[in-house]
Design a protein around this ligand. Structure first.
Ligand code: FES
Length: 73
């Protein structure tokens, strides 16, 4: 189960609230309001999927799915 940016200890449920409040629609926009995703970047496809779908808890993505969501932000 993946539910946070591990490097910065930021749960996706928190990131989603901030995204809604600030009307941040992309990974980069969201980074203007909260510090996350600046290290290993493994959270990037999950945050992109969260921004697109509203989901905050994910199964671990395989490479193909991660590559797909990597490009969505
Ligand atoms: S898990 Fe988000 S930067 Fe490493």
């Amino acid at each position: 189960m993946v539910n946070r940016c591990v490097c910065f200890k930021k749960r996706f449920v928190e990131l989603k609230k901030i995204a809604r409040r600030k009307k941040a629609n992309t990974f980069a926009e969201l980074q203007q309001y909260v510090v996350f995703g600046r290290n290993c970047q493994r959270c990037r496809p999950y945050v992109n999927k969260m921004l697109a779908t509203g989901e905050t808890v994910f199964d671990v993505m395989d490479e193909a799915e991660a590559a797909h969501w990597e490009k969505q932000g």
